[in-house]
Design a binder for this molecule. Structure first.
Ligand SMILES: NC(=O)c1ccc[n+]([C@@H]2O[C@H](COP(=O)([O-])OP(=O)(O)OC[C@H]3O[C@@H](n4cnc5c(N)ncnc54)[C@H](OP(=O)(O)O)[C@@H]3O)[C@@H](O)[C@H]2O)c1
Length: 350
């Protein structure tokens, strides 16, 4: 049976960019593309990309069941939220029913995030942690996060893998990192990640680092992130059995950069526009963190979670298994910082 695909989050930064590049990706044949929408305007947008809009509540089990089973959906790309795992659980169960009725293999992709593989989530950070590490599932199972919120996100990754295995659904944990660059969809076009740095600096009129040492974090241009989503679905549609379940982690990243270098590049762009006093990067003290937290709308202790930390998660599976190759080197985010700041300031909504 030819696949029916559902994309969720199509009005978001990642999902909108994915839909915008869908048609030029020349994917192997499938039956139908659906997109979950919440407004009539979103419905009109997704139709332009050849997707049939579906409106249902992704957090209502009966509605998810109806949408998935009635439309024989065999591939779901979930790009709504990395946690809690309520919606994911409804999709997995409904997809198991489609498999039972049609005999077709069914595939569920859960969009997670690099934070869940970082110091903030109790991941090991003393050496590169490969997305292809055969022990990654065990590592995630053993992780103890310092914050309940982050533990919820780790648990969601594990839940998706375990629940999908239980129901005979192939699961993929897709991991975006610091994604940057102008979004290509018609909904949200700004990434959540660089915004936090700009917003905190604008609020206190200085650029601060929030860690000691020179911790690094993986980065990815939005086009490269989109290409990884597309390479994976290409493999699925071509029946080429990309790794799934406990081996189905896919980090989209061209490599890592030091936060300090990113702060410096953004500080230069902000100082040039007189948003902050100068381009110096200074270490935040307790009062600074409190003030930055006010700008970000979060408690001081969460500021380092929003814009710092150490993540040695390293992309390996995409290039080896999917033939994915980044168009942009990690340093591109530094060269692009001025344009990123310009775009965010022109479109900011905080
Ligand atoms: N951007 C990054 O750099 C990055 C990095 C790591 C992880 N992630 C994760 O990747 C996912 C997508 O990120 P993004 O940057 O594309 O986020 P985004 O721009 O905020 O988009 C979120 C999308 O989810 C939809 N959505 C939210 N709640 C929903 C609900 N209850 N039912 C149906 N749809 C719902 C939104 O629809 P509406 O437009 O109707 O609200 C929107 O389409 C998020 O889970 C995010 O945490 C992103």
């Amino acid at each position: 049976m030819s696949h029916n695909i559902l994309i969720t989050g199509g009005s978001g930064y990642l999902g909108g960019s994915l839909l915008a590049r869908w048609n030029e990706a020349k994917l192997p044949a499938y039956n139908k593309l659906f997109a979950l929408v919440r407004t009539p305007k979103q419905a009109e947008v997704v139709k332009k990309y050849g997707a049939e809009p579906l409106t249902f509540d992704a957090y209502n089990e009966a509605e998810v069941w109806g949408a998935v089973v009635d439309n024989n959906i065999t591939i779901v790309y979930h790009l709504i939220a990395p946690w809690p795992h309520v919606s994911q659980s409804y999709f997995i169960k409904a997809m198991a029913e489609v498999k039972k009725r049609t005999g077709s293999e069914v595939h569920f992709l859960h969009t997670s995030g690099a934070k869940i593989f970082s110091s903030h989530a109790g991941s090991p950070t003393d050496k590169p942690l490969l997305d292809s590490d055969p022990k990654l599932y065990e590592i995630q199972k053993a992780q103890q996060a310092p914050f309940p919120l982050m533990q919820g996100a780790i648990d969601a990754n594990n839940f998706v893998i375990e629940e999908a295995e239980k129901y005979g659904v192939r699961s993929y944990v897709f991991v975006p990192c610091i994604v940057y660059g102008e979004g290509e969809g018609e909904g949200n076009r700004i990434s959540i990640q660089t915004v936090a740095i700009i917003r905190a600096a604008e609020g206190v009129k200085r650029m601060h680092r929030v860690d000691t040492g020179r911790p690094t974090w993986p980065v990815c241009h939005i086009r490269d992130n989109t290409n990884m989503y597309l390479r994976l679905i290409h493999k699925i549609l071509a029946d080429e059995n990309p790794s799934y379940g406990q081996n189905g982690y896919y980090l989209a990243s061209s490599g890592s950069i030091a936060w300090d270098d990113l702060y410096a590049a953004i500080a230069t762009a902000l100082a040039k526009r007189n948003i902050i006093a100068d381009d110096e990067v200074i270490t935040a003290n307790k009062q600074d963190l409190e003030a930055m937290g006010k700008s970000l709308g979060c408690p001081a202790e969460l500021v380092p979670v929003m814009l710092g930390g150490s993540c040695t998660f390293t992309a390996d599976r995409g290039s080896k298994e999917l033939g994915w190759k980044a168009l942009h080197k990690p340093e591109h985010i530094l060269e692009y910082a001025d344009a990123e700041v310009d775009f965010i300031l022109r479109n900011k909504n905080w």
